[in-house]
Design a binder for this molecule. Structure first.
Ligand SMILES: NC(=O)C1=CN([C@@H]2O[C@H](COP(=O)(O)OP(=O)(O)OC[C@H]3O[C@@H](n4cnc5c(N)ncnc54)[C@H](OP(=O)(O)O)[C@@H]3O)[C@@H](O)[C@H]2O)C=CC1
Ligand SMILES: O=C(O)C1=N[C@H](C(=O)O)C[C@H](O)C1
Length: 247
C-alpha cells in the first residue's frame, strides 16, 4: 500500500520502519512544518493515511482525508470528545476511519479482560476500583486514551460508578473522588512508553491488573496491521473490531 504518515515524531518514525518491513511504500510524510497548505490534491492517490500527530491536528487531518477519499487510521489521542461528530461526518460522506486509543495486541487483550473482570466483580460492592496510567513527560493529553477506554469498560459494568474523573499527580491538588466517580490517576515520569493498572481494593485484599509497554513497537506494528485490515473497507471502525476475541 501507499501510506501517508501524518505525524513523524516518536510513533511516525517507528511506523515507517514497520510499514517498509511489511512491503509498503511511504507516499508522503507530514509533520508540523509541511502540514499548513496541504491540500486534497496532495494526498489523493494514497491507499491509506496513518495519523499519529497531536490532539489539535487530528480533526483537521481526518477532515482532509474524508474530503480526499483516503482511508485513515487514527492513533492520535486527546480528541475523543468529538467522536460522535466525526463518526457522523464519516458515515455521511461515505468515508473510512479506524481509530483506537491503543493498537498493541497486549493492550487489546487487556481491554477485553478488563471488561470481564469488571463484570465478574460487579456484584461485589466491597471493592472500590481505580485506574492508574504512567507515561513520559512529553505526553500532551491526560488521561491517556488507553486509560479512558479502560475506564469506559469498567463503567459499562458498574452499578456504582457513573463517570470518570482525572488527576495528574504533582500537577494539581489531589482529587478525592466521590463514591460514584471512577478515578483515573495520571503520572508523568521521564521516558515511560505506557503503563496501565486497574486496582480493585477491599478492606481484606487488592486485585491489580497491569499492562506495561516495554517500547512503542507494539503500538506501531498494530497501526500498520490496522491499515492493512482497513484496505477496501468503508465506514467508521474501532481498533477493537480487528481482534477475533472481541467477536
Ligand atoms: N493509539 C496508540 O496506540 C498510540 C497513540 N499515541 C498517540 O499518538 C500521538 C503521537 O504520539 P508521538 O509520536 O509520541 O508524538 P510526537 O510528539 O513524538 O510526534 C507528533 C508528531 O506530530 C507532528 N505534528 C504536529 N502538528 C501536526 C499537524 N498539524 N499535522 C501533522 N503532524 C503534526 C509533529 O511535528 P513536529 O515534530 O514538526 O512538531 C510530530 O512529528 C499522541 O496523541 C499519542 O497519544 C502514541 C502511542 C500509541
Ligand atoms: O502518548 C503516548 O505515548 C501514548 N498514548 C496512547 C494513549 O494515550 O493511551 C497509547 C500509549 O499508551 C502511548
Amino acid at each position: 500500500m501507499n501510506i501517508i504518515l501524518l505525524g513523524y515524531g516518536k510513533m511516525g518514525q517507528i511506523i515507517e520502519r514497520y510499514a517498509l518491513k511489511r512491503g509498503h511504500q511511504i507516499f508522503l510524510v507530514v509533520d508540523e512544518n509541511n502540514r499548513p497548505g496541504l491540500t486534497v490534491d496532495d494526498i489523493k492517490g494514497a491507499d491509506v493515511a496513518i495519523d499519529f500527530s497531536v490532539p489539535s491536528a487530528a480533526l483537521d487531518n481526518m477532515n482532509l482525508c474524508l474530503e480526499a477519499g483516503v482511508p485513515i487510521v487514527v492513533g492520535t489521542t486527546g480528541w475523543y470528545d468529538q467522536l460522535e461528530s466525526v463518526r457522523e461526518k464519516c458515515l455521511d460522506l461515505g468515508g473510512t476511519i479506524l481509530y483506537g486509543s491503543n493498537f498493541s495486541i497486549g493492550v487489546n487483550v487487556f481491554f477485553h479482560i478488563n471488561r470481564m473482570l469488571a463484570q465478574a466483580l460487579q456484584p461485589y460492592k466491597q471493592y472500590d476500583v481505580q485506574v492508574e496510567e504512567i507515561h513520559h513527560i512529553h505526553k500532551l493529553d491526560a488521561p491517556s486514551g488507553t486509560a479512558i477506554t479502560i475506564a469506559e469498560g469498567i463503567l459499562d459494568h458498574s452499578d456504582v460508578k457513573t463517570n470518570w474523573v482525572n488527576t495528574v499527580v504533582g500537577e494539581q491538588d489531589e482529587i478525592i473522588p466521590k463514591p460514584q466517580e471512577l478515578l483515573i490517576e495520571s503520572h508523568r515520569i521521564e521516558e515511560v512508553p505506557g503503563t496501565h493498572t486497574v486496582l480493585y481494593s477491599s478492606e481484606v485484599d487488592q486485585i491489580e491488573f497491569k499492562h506495561t509497554a516495554h517500547s512503542r513497537d507494539g503500538f506501531a506494528l498494530g497501526a500498520v496491521v490496522a491499515a492493512e485490515w482497513l484496505n477496501g473497507k468503508k465506514g467508521f471502525y474501532q481498533v477493537t473490531e480487528i481482534f477475533d476475541f472481541n467477536k
